[in-house]
Write a protein that binds this ligand. Structure first.
Ligand code: ATP
Length: 334
């Protein structure tokens, strides 16, 4: 309900309902069967990226009437940059969901570093990748903690958090805030749910000292859509940064990472991403044909199946659907 219609009773009811839903999650059965093989075999591969291959993969969401993917095959080499383009509902996000093993294909095989994804330990697989979903969330914590959540092992390392913010294009606007990286996005959890969240944060090692919450700020930030997106991109990058003892994610997946970015911010983001080529395997889902697709090692033009695949030059000279869409977007500027 809107804040205007909220009474103390409805607020309490809403909170109790949220807690009930959270507890109910415990009863949801995981249909994805865990693998038993450790991944990766060689930690070095996380530094040079990980290859990803789809072999004749088909997929239908539970209860959906039609296939989301049909007979999809492609191979992305270690450290390559792949861009998936296509219209709404063409299956771009579904490819990312399958790489994270949120679902398993109905037919076909997915190979990660030439090994069947189903044989790999899920926890290892998810540690080896970082993903930015379209419907990301931020938490009622400080900006620094919101970025640090991407990699709790490094959440105390202010230099790494700053580096992630720089990669995500958020450093500049954060520095301009009155409390910088210590600014709160909204009413801090210390006010609302202190014992619950403190327990969680202590358990996850994010924070052990709560004295800072005693002087809670009374004003909280409103961020623009683009700023929120930069923060989410920074959190995704946080997982790509290695600590001295642990390796970083070798696969970075971005679902529409520039949807709310202005053209300059998008250009800068893509420039930084291109520099990571060779050290991370990166996949982007996007509607935009431009800077990134021109530099991709592989473009997949999706329409339930892979309609066309290749580099920008290859697809342009083919004169197919990719070239048609590219020209359509380019002509809008002429
Ligand atoms: N959770 C779901 N349950 C049922 N069907 C789904 C679900 N998610 C996606 N679909 C369907 O699967 C197909 C592929 O969807 P997907 O989200 O992969 O497309 P997309 O190319 O990423 O679209 P967009 O550009 O709009 O993000 C669509 O027909 C969509 O309606």
């Amino acid at each position: 309900s809107s804040p205007l219609s909220e009474t103390p009773e409805t607020t309490l009811t809403n909170k109790l309902n949220n807690i009930r839903s959270m507890c109910a999650m415990d009863n949801v059965k995981n249909k994805v069967v865990d693998g038993s093989e450790p991944f990766p075999e060689d930690r070095q591969s996380l530094r040079s990226g990980i290859s990803i291959e789809f072999r004749n993969v088909s997929f239908q969401y539970p209860d959906a009437e039609k296939y989301a993917l049909r007979n999809v095959s492609f191979k992305i080499g270690a450290g390559q940059l792949c861009v998936i383009v296509g219209t709404n509902g063409s299956g771009k996000s579904t490819i990312l969901n399958l790489i994270c093993r949120i679902y398993d294909p109905i037919e076909g095989t997915i190979l990660i570093d030439n090994r069947d994804i189903k044989t790999l330990r899920l926890a290892d697989l998810r540690t080896a990748m970082s993903i930015l979903f379209q419907n990301f969330s931020h938490f009622p914590l400080s900006i620094s903690e919101n970025i640090g959540l991407g990699n709790p092992a490094l959440a105390h390392d202010n230099d790494k958090i700053r580096e992630a913010a720089r990669l995500g294009g958020a450093e500049e606007f954060i520095d301009e805030l009155l409390d910088g990286f210590n600014s709160y996005l909204e009413r801090p959890v210390g006010n609302h749910y202190a014992p619950l969240i403190e327990g969680f944060m202590m358990a996850s090692g994010l924070r052990t000292d709560f004295s800072v919450l005693n002087g809670l700020p009374t004003t909280f930030l409103g961020l623009s859509g683009g700023q929120r997106q930069r923060l989410a991109v920074s959190r995704t990058f946080m997982r790509s940064l290695a600590s001295e003892t642990e390796s970083s994610a070798g696969i970075l997946l971005f679902d529409e990472p520039s949807a709310s970015l202005d053209p300059l911010a998008e250009h800068d983001l893509f420039e930084r991403l291109r520099k990571l080529r060779g050290s991370k395997t990166m996949i982007f889902s996007t509607h935009r044909f431009g800077n990134l697709t021109r530099h991709a090692d592989l473009i997949l033009y999706m329409d339930q199946c892979v309609q066309e695949q290749g580099t920008h030059d290859e697809l342009m000279s083919k004169g197919g659907e990719y070239a048609r869409m590219w020209n359509l977007q380019a002509n809008a500027f002429i």
